[in-house]
Design a protein around this ligand. Structure first.
Ligand code: SIN
Ligand code: MN
Length: 193
């Protein structure tokens, strides 16, 4: 974990870059496979591939549900990947999660990628999250800690398949996003290399 890897001006610039992504690829509400229950988190993506979930299941696809290709990953995120990921290839997907009031994410593994050889780089913007992480088995003991705006976290090596989730977001804990809430960015490598 790198506390405030992005300083405040870098966070402001990242928010601007994400606004530009969302202007091309609007946030959508994913649905749980089978049940069709909506997630409380809204999502969009940038990069060659983007993660989506709907009644047909979880998957990566090259286009937004509206049909347009995802916009490119902003340069500042690629720079962070090169600095932190210790990976010989670029990420080919960046999931953008937005947590508004009351949004959370249940414990899960990231295992829809075709390779687990690359780490996942997670970047936080806006309100603090109470983040929970365990081990590779759902029954493993978990612990929670706060992720704050600007923090960067790597899930790699033995932690690549760790169960993780967000218990809650602490409303009003950051002034970065004018309307509040939290943005989480995860840079991922989906295709084998
Ligand atoms: C995720 O697992 O996709 C997001 C986790 C987070 O919001 O920190
Ligand atoms: Mn995840």
């Amino acid at each position: 974990m790198w506390s405030e890897w992005f300083d405040r001006p870098a966070q402001v610039a990242l928010v601007e870059a994400i606004r530009a992504v969302a202007a091309q690829a609007p946030f959508f509400t994913p649905l749980m496979p089978r049940t069709g229950k909506p997630f409380s988190v809204r999502m969009t993506n940038c990069g060659p591939l983007g993660w989506v979930s709907d009644r047909d299941g979880y998957r990566y696809q090259p286009a937004h549900p509206d049909g347009a290709p995802w916009p490119p990953i902003p340069a500042a995120l690629l720079e962070a990947w090169r600095a932190l990921a210790d990976c010989p290839v670029e990420p080919d997907a960046c999931l953008v999660n937005y947590y508004g009031a009351g949004a959370k994410m249940g414990l899960h593994q990231d295992r829809d990628e075709e390779t687990f050889a690359a780490p996942i780089l997670s970047i936080q913007l806006g309100d603090e999250a109470v983040f929970r992480i365990g081990g590779p088995d759902r029954r493993d003991k978990t612990r929670s800690f706060r992720l704050r705006s600007g923090d960067a976290l790597i899930f790699g090596g033995p932690a690549r398949l760790a169960f993780h989730g967000v218990d809650r977001v602490v409303a009003g804990s950051s002034t970065l996003l004018p309307k509040g809430g939290r943005i989480n960015l995860t840079l991922r490598r989906v295709r084998p290399f």
